[in-house]
Design a protein around this ligand. Structure first.
Ligand SMILES: Cc1cc2nc3c(=O)[nH]c(=O)nc-3n(C[C@H](O)[C@H](O)[C@H](O)COP(=O)(O)OP(=O)(O)OC[C@H]3O[C@@H](n4cnc5c(N)ncnc54)[C@H](O)[C@@H]3O)c2cc1C
Length: 435
């Protein structure tokens, strides 16, 4: 039985771990789906037949120290890249909120970071990728070569083939430190105004107290960040990573540990602490980009039933009313989400990538019938406001919901049928969503 990061749903699958070179054998008799580090929350990297785990494709192959172009196999994680290249002054140009993702997974989901409004999604740093098709042959794809396939693959959730290697551009940095500014915002209007006023910040993200209501609805801590220069870092070795302890969650917490009351108390405490804390600080790269990675296996906090994430993007013109409606619905349900994260997205790109110009809200919930019913209501609000859903977080959406939100889903299905990809690549998610 395997599952994604949310541990819901858990499904039976034959898992194979081919070495580079033996991928065509592992794929024969498909359909299959590629799996990276299994950090997608739901069933995107789970096949109801055969799941092809890419962890043996883990070599870095070439690096150009002039341009920062790294060629690596698809199973290499962003964490491994940081370990190897931060000491030499390079950092991923785009990163999601965990470093435990693979290159293949980052490409397939076209992940976005806290700098999407400035730099776009992962696609913006991918120079080319090699993709193995249903007959086992490999093609190089870039914006010049097999451009259509390149466009579908970035955000295509593994449904266009298996990425074996890619060339990505890293960003030059002078230190392992981030100059962080924290802005407490009293409500959603303040939060959005602060995002817009700080559009030139390289990184921005807001943590929202999603249970605050009335005048405090949407109160948040907006965090802005810039890579610190060597001088600002005030360290003898500015590129050295400070030692931090990673803690593991040793067992599943009982489901009742997380309820409306405990979450409300936590959120209120966190907001007050952030509000009274320092406004300007120097934080290490791990704390800024990957606060959750410090607690290994934190997905077990949600108990044995697992948890689900809801993440939507709303266009600029409806973002405020849409977010208000979502927050009202969540507060009324008292369903409890520790993590409500809001980001400003810049323009989207590609044929099936998630980001669109506007705002994206992401929230975690422990799985229960009540939560699943709430999520259906959040789906409807998102659709009514012209928004769309992030498949890397989805574990339970209906095919009709996706179609109502995103007309591109039918284009993906048509392209897959025409190119013979539907028979070769299927995930539990693609079957559920009729992709
Ligand atoms: C704590 C946390 C924070 C996160 N924060 C963010 C965030 O800020 N922004 C964001 O965009 N995402 C975020 N995510 C989601 C995560 O970035 C994506 O789900 C990413 O795709 C996971 O990569 P993975 O290697 O674990 O892939 P998996 O979960 O194993 O697979 C994800 C998808 O990629 C496909 N895939 C994997 N490898 C290959 C390959 N070699 N070839 C073809 N397809 C492949 C799979 O088929 C599947 O469809 C977060 C996830 C977690 C757990």
């Amino acid at each position: 039985m395997i599952s994604g990061w949310g541990r819901y749903p858990r499904l039976p699958s034959e898992v194979v771990r081919p070495a580079p070179g033996s991928l065509p054998d592992a794929m024969s008799g498909g359909p299959v789906i590629a799996r990276g580090a299994g950090r997608a929350y739901g069933d995107a990297a789970v096949s109801l037949r055969r799941t092809v785990q890419m962890d043996r494709h883990d070599r870095m192959l070439d690096f150009d120290a002039e341009t920062g172009l790294l060629v690596a196999e698809a199973g290499v994680t962003l964490g491994q890249i940081i370990d190897a290249f931060l000491p030499r002054g390079w950092f991923p140009a785009v990163t999601p909120g965990t470093r435990f993702v693979t290159l293949g997974g980052a490409i397939a989901a076209d992940v976005h970071g806290k700098n999407h409004h400035r730099d776009g999604a992962f696609r913006s740093c991918v120079a080319w990728l090699d993709l193995v098709g249903p007959d086992g042959t490999e093609q190089r794809c870039s914006s010049q070569q097999n451009a259509d396939l390149f466009d579908w693959t970035l955000g295509g959730m593994g449904l266009t083939g298996i990425v074996t290697r890619a060339a990505i551009r890293l960003r030059r940095v002078e230190s392992a430190w981030i100059a962080q500014k924290t802005i407490p915002c009293a409500n959603l209007t303040d939060t959005m105004a602060a995002f817009e006023a700080n559009a030139d910040a390289t990184y921005s993200v807001a943590w929202i107290d999603c249970l605050a209501t009335g005048a405090a609805r949407g109160r948040s801590l907006l965090m802005l960040g810039e890579h610190a220069t060597a001088q600002q870092s005030k360290r003898r070795n500015p590129l050295a990573t400070p030692k931090t302890d990673s803690k593991s969650v040793p067992f599943d917490l009982p489901g009742w540990a997380l309820n409306g009351l405990t979450v409300k108390a936590f959120n209120a405490f966190y907001w007050r602490k952030g509000k009274s804390g320092p406004r300007q600080s120097l934080v290490d790269w791990q704390s800024f980009f990957y606060p959750l990675d410090a607690i290994l296996g934190w997905n077990r906090i949600y108990g044995r039933k697992g948890f689900v994430q809801f993440q939507c993007a709303l266009p600029l013109d409806t973002a405020q009313t849409g977010l208000e409606a979502l927050l009202d619905e969540i507060a009324a349900a008292r369903a409890g989400s520790f993590l409500a994260v809001l980001k400003r997205l810049g323009p989207g790109a590609g044929k099936f990538s998630f980001p669109m110009e506007g705002y994206t809200l992401a929230l975690d919930f422990p799985v229960s019938d009540k939560v699943l019913a709430l999520l259906e209501r959040l789906d409807a609000i998102t659709i009514a406001h012209g928004g769309r859903f992030y498949l890397a977080k989805d574990a339970r959406m209906k095919a009709a919901t996706l179609r109502a939100a995103d007309p591109r889903a039918d284009n993906l299905k048509r392209m897959r049928d025409e190119m013979g990809l539907s028979a070769g690549f299927r995930s539990a998610q693609s079957e559920r969503l009729a992709l």
